[in-house]
Design a protein. Structure first.
Lengths: 115, 115
């Protein structure tokens, strides 16, 4: 079963604009990760934010995490046509024991960036 | 260096046939995961290996699904008596260690179509 929901389901923007995607989840987590998937390169890890972090940056990516609301957002600034892909959030649950990295993915947001 | 590879990339099976999907993880990676991704959905966890030990098979949908990693490197996911609902992309991922938050590297997947 999917852990959470992502919204929007699809997002269409022009090159240069910013894209924001949101993810909600249900259980207590160790960390939350964002992945990108396109037909050319498969599923690629973008960024990880731990449960005790509130914001993280990597290049044009900014991720926020609000554990009280069980939600996260991914912001891509100055988007490019090459950013066109599906974006998934994935959570690693805090099950109280030793965690080995099992991920639960959301349903994804399809981002289209028009040149 | 070489990433995670999977074979075959595409597999068409008639209902009732057995199939075997292969995953070659990154050399030296301890952890290996299998995920199933239905069309338009995020990946869903199937099973986890730490070296040759299968520590979690809670995601396997039925006893027709079987996975092994006998020497702690290559893994095979076998599906017996395939059904149409087994049609999906099967993704393999590996990570260096067995701790939380270790980056998982995904293979390109095997797209299984059951007719």
């Amino acid at each position: 079963s999917q852990q959470g929901e992502e919204d929007p389901q699809a997002l269409s923007i022009q090159e240069g604009e910013n894209a924001t995607m949101n993810c909600s989840y249900k259980t207590s987590i160790n960390n939350l990760q964002w992945y990108r998937q396109n037909s050319g390169r498969g599923l690629v890890h973008l960024i990880l934010i731990r449960s005790n972090e509130r914001e993280k940056h990597s290049g044009r990516l900014r991720v926020t995490l609000d554990t009280s609301k069980k939600s996260s957002s991914l912001l891509i600034t100055a988007s490019r046509a090459a950013d066109t892909a599906s974006y998934f959030c994935a959570t690693e649950a805090n099950a109280g024991g030793t965690s080995y990295g099992k991920l639960t993915f959301g349903q994804g947001t399809i981002l289209t960036v028009h040149p | 260096g070489a990433g995670v590879s999977q074979s075959p990339r595409y597999k068409v099976a008639k209902r009732g046939q057995d199939v075997a999907l292969r995953c070659d993880p990154i050399s030296g990676h301890v952890s290996l995961f299998w995920y199933q991704q239905a069309l338009g959905q995020g990946p869903e966890f199937l099973t986890y290996f730490q070296n040759e030990a299968q520590l979690d098979k809670s995601g396997l949908p039925s006893d027709r699904f079987f996975a092994e990693r006998p020497e702690g490197s290559v893994s095979t996911l076998k599906i017996q008596r395939t059904q149409q609902e087994d049609s999906a992309v099967y993704l393999c991922a590996s990570s260096l260690a067995w701790v939380a938050a270790d980056t998982q590297y995904f293979g390109p997947g095997t797209r299984l179509t059951v007719l």
